[in-house]
Unconditional design. Structure first.
Ligand code: ADP
Ligand code: MG
Length: 321
């Protein structure tokens, strides 16, 4: 099978939003009146982001999910995406499963695959997503204000738990591992929540490199600090109930775990009722984990409200120490 048959077979489908999808030199995408395009790319490299043995359907899901998570973080509605693929060979069974993983998630969010690039090379997947958000309503990292509450969606730490079990660093009962593994391999982009937070959240980011690291991006962009109640944070770890994990491990997993694809966001106290309501309407658990402070420091508090010393690091591909 050649390059163009491959594209035709696995990656070409009629577009919903695009005027022109796969097949020409450029795709064409109309933008609604009063809307802005929100655009983001994420690349997944074999050996770095996933193992060669990973189930290709789950890999397809995750490649798109991590991109949609960025649209969720800025409150955008997904419209289309581009897929740039380097493949070592044409393996039709693999491509069939990989493309199913992509299509299932794309269909769930009415997101069109409108183009991309296909080349031979070490397995590498780069997706660019395009979404729409009404002008001036995009959620940015820079809007957090002193006195705002800090919230996270869903569960933190479970994806990292699964990775540590794979690495042989931690062991948990099989059913706890299976749940955690699903969180690592099939993350849920929080799109409904992101859109519901327009006009309510003052700042937002998705948690891809660990809560503390991604929250730091908000603090830096907003020039503020934060007090974090760590007992609220560890409470979001789904594996906590049956995993028999020491507190230090729970803290590491939830504060600096990474691969969560949940949202961290801030909102004024006056929005507490709105947030409780949208947690219900979007069927997304939301936990308040602390407050924005003026000190420009990130402080971790224990269950007694005492400051903890910490050395939790978020993930950085180029950090050597
Ligand atoms: P060009 O030579 O103009 O760069 P290509 O020959 O690479 O275009 O691609 C032909 C068409 O197929 C284009 O519309 C391109 O966007 C699309 N395409 C290529 N690879 C993919 C892919 N992996 N998924 C979806 N569309 C693709
Ligand atoms: Mg061309």
């Amino acid at each position: 099978m050649g390059e163009f048959d491959l594209i035709e077979t696995f990656f070409k489908r009629p577009a919903r939003h695009a005027t022109l999808g796969v097949g020409d030199d450029c795709a064409l995408l109309p933008v609604g009146t009063g809307q802005q395009l929100a655009i983001s790319s994420d690349m997944l490299v074999e050996g770095r982001h996933f193992l060669p043995t990973v189930n290709p359907r789950l890999l397809g899901h995750k490649a798109l999910a991590v991109n949609l998570s960025d649209l969720a973080a800025c409150g955008a509605t997904p419209k289309a995406f581009m897929l740039a693929l380097a493949l070592p060979e044409v393996n039709t069974a693999w491509l069939s499963e990989f493309s199913k993983g992509i299509w299932n998630l794309a269909d769930a969010h009415q997101c069109d695959l409108i183009g991309g690039d296909t080349t031979r090379g070490p397995l590498n997947i780069c997706i660019t997503v395009l979404g729409e958000v009404p002008a001036h309503l995009a959620l940015l990292r820079s809007g957090a204000k002193v006195g705002d509450d800090i919230y996270v969606s869903g569960n933190l730490g479970d994806a990292r738990l699964a990775l540590e079990v794979f690495r042989g660093q931690l062991s948990v009962p099989q059913n706890v591992f299976e749940q955690a593994r699903l969180r690592m391999e099939m993350p849920t982009p929080r799109l409904a929540l992101g859109q519901a937070l327009r006009g309510i959240a003052t700042a937002a980011a998705d948690i891809s490199d660990g809560l503390l690291g991604d929250l730091q991006h908000i603090l830096k962009a907003s020039q503020v600090g934060a007090d974090i109640e760590t007992n609220q944070v560890v409470g979001t770890l789904a594996a906590r109930a049956h995993g028999n994990l020491p507190l230090a491990t729970q803290l590491m997993l939830t504060l600096s775990g990474g691969d969560d694809y949940e949202l961290v966001f801030t909102a004024p106290e006056s929005k507490r009722a709105d947030i409780a309501a949208l947690s219900v309407s979007t069927q997304t658990p939301i936990t308040c984990i602390g407050k924005i402070k003026g000190s420009q420091q990130l402080r971790l508090l224990d269950s007694q409200g005492h400051e903890m010393t910490h050395a939790f690091q978020s993930f950085d591909h180029f950090k050597t120490d």
